[in-house]
Design a protein around this ligand. Structure first.
Ligand code: FAD
Length: 207
């Protein structure tokens, strides 16, 4: 499950997957065949490769414990309305926002600027914002005119999804946050104090 890469080692199938809340990546082998891989959402690009493969019916014996779970309901993830790839101006929210409700701060700022809101994987995984807004290695790649990062550390997996932005502005209370290494403008401070004032100032300027 959640496989991000597949490789062959000594003729055997090896799947690569993040573990421990994505703090480490491990190689996983198989004790029997066939090996089944379920990829993490967006970890692989759909590609036509040509060639052909045999489709084989496999006899499956289910253990008694494996049939105890039942499907109660099926649901669609909210967030289809978020279209971050076309936005010229993006306000990215990270764990530094503190809690789900504080995303309204990012939304107010994006609204004042006429842009959209994006998010890091950490906050998407925490259920603070919809997956459709996730930027990065396992999310979307964006290149807006302005990317305004609020409380985002700048992990490499996030950076790969937004580093082509024309201008990157970061607000972070930690002056050593990696995001400052690739920002055009860095503001060291508490976003909870800065963002509401910034939003007010933009609204006032726009009249
Ligand atoms: C295989 C794999 C794939 C991944 N794919 C992605 C991906 O696609 N996208 C992605 O984003 N991540 C991805 N990750 C996760 C990534 O490694 C980071 O964990 C994640 O990006 C961190 O999110 P964050 O910056 O919101 O949180 P944190 O790293 O926790 O950073 C929070 C930041 O907020 C700052 N802060 C805190 N409070 C305040 C405040 N009051 N004011 C200002 N600043 C404040 C802190 O100083 C800190 O720098 C992936 C990881 C793995 C292993």
């Amino acid at each position: 499950m959640e496989v991000t890469e597949v490789k062959a080692q000594d003729g055997k199938l090896v799947a690569v997957r993040p573990v421990l809340q994505d703090s480490a990546v491990v190689d996983v082998g198989y004790v029997s065949e066939p090996g089944i891989i379920i990829g993490r959402l967006n970890a692989f690009d759909a590609k036509e490769t040509g060639g052909s493969a045999d489709v084989v019916d496999v006899e499956v014996e289910l253990s008694e414990w494996s049939t105890r779970a039942t499907m109660v309901t099926r649901g669609e993830q909210r967030g289809g309305e978020v279209n971050i790839e076309d936005a010229e101006l993006l306000v990215g929210g990270g764990r530094g926002l503190g809690e789900k409700d504080n995303f309204s701060m990012a939304e107010d700022l994006a609204g004042a600027l006429g842009g959209a809101v994006a998010a890091t994987r950490a906050v998407v995984d925490a259920g603070w914002y919809p997956y459709a807004a996730q930027i990065g290695q396992t999310g979307k790649t964006v290149a807006p005119k302005l990317y305004l990062a609020l409380g985002i550390s700048g992990a490499i997996q996030h950076k790969v999804g937004m580093q082509s932005s024309e201008n990157i502005v970061a607000i972070n209370k930690d002056q050593n946050a990696p995001i400052f290494e690739f920002s055009d403008l860095g503001v060291v401070g508490d976003l909870h104090k800065i963002v509401p004032k910034l939003t007010e100032a933009i609204k006032a300027k726009k009249g």
